[in-house]
Design a binder for this molecule. Sequence first.
Ligand SMILES: *Cc1c(COP(=O)(O)O)cnc(C)c1O
Length: 426
Amino acid sequence: MDQKNWKMETKAVQSGYVPENGGPRIVPIVQSTTYKYNDAQSVADLFDLKTSGFFYTRLANPTVDALEKKIADLEGGVAAVAVNAGQTANAHAVQNVARCGDHIVAAASLYGGTVSLFSNTLKKAGIEFTFIDPESSEEEIQAAIRPNTKAVFGEMLANPALIVLDVEKFAKVAHRNGIPLIVDNTFPTPFLCRPFEFGADIVTHSTTKYLDGHATSVGGIVVEKGGFDWANGKFPEFSEPDESYHGLIYTKNFASCPFSVKLRAQWVRDMGTPMMPFNAFLTNLGVETLALRMERHSSNALNLARFLEKHPKVSWVNYPGLESSPMHKRALKYMPKGQSGVLCFGVKGGKEAGEIVMNSLKLAAIVVHVADARTSVLHPASMTHRQLSEEELKAAGVSPDLIRVSVGIEHIDDIMEDFDQALNKA
Ligand SMILES: *Cc1c(COP(=O)(O)O)cnc(C)c1O
């Protein structure tokens, strides 16, 4: 059987790990920092990246390796590097192409943590960011690009605005300028969207969300599509000798996946940011049911969105799967199988009414998390964004009445009943 032709559902279960004769059926948790070799030369060759293998879990570990292979396969990429958080995945993806003095163009609809990483922490390290409207035209994207721009960055399905990135448009402009498009694909997951098919070069994930899917493990992963021309003169760190590895050249010595080898060899090695084996084990277990869960998350979210749209206490609903969403057409193009499990709505009566609804929910819990099996809600105006004035909230795309729902995989009737009773108290 040719694994390449496997469907997504099969890959989610089977890819990444092949048991040896008599070996464990399930990817074992290799809870070991190091690995034993019979002679010094074997270890020296590993250190010089002359041979591949495991020698220290800060660089690679068999449990983590199995997850990396599976996610790379699901996304349709050549390699992946798992790290300790989604934050690290986005940081390393950018750091791997841009250094002090370089510049990145980012579609502005981003996860709050990514905004903070880019506009504070990486900025202080000397990387400049220009945030542009995700609805910018090709000309407007082009106008933001400078000679020192090293990548374009965007989020596939950004929350809470739930904007679907027009990947093809951003990829076109990036490639015209010889730079890669990096896409954070956390919300759709590879089951609902594979950004590589639309021109993205690098995909990142917070595996903490739907890939784990059960709210057990914080983690991240960076996936490389392969085939990008890193030797085009814009990326000397890829095409010139790395003295920390005796003059190794990533585009020559690792021609099929130079981005991933460089990211692991420089950033994960030096910053000490790998995913840990137990988290990889749990995440891998989560991914086995990814297809089933994403189908249910998506259908539950669509059904709840339709229910809320008709509810007399609800003033508006935003879900890309709804015909009323301005993103509907694009969502069907990029995510035809479903539009993931997050929706937003407003309650008549504004912020106070919103708080009453939140406090009255019984099945849906108030948590600062999205994308796990349990339905949860968040009221940004009184929680994550409570320090902002009404005007600042507006600028952030957060209306005072906005309630964000991460729709779980419980039975839709129970979810709807819970929202109905809570709304009727407002
Ligand atoms: C949660 C999230 C992150 C950050 O991931 P952590 O695992 O919490 O570090 C990045 N991007 C998106 C879209 C997210 O939802």
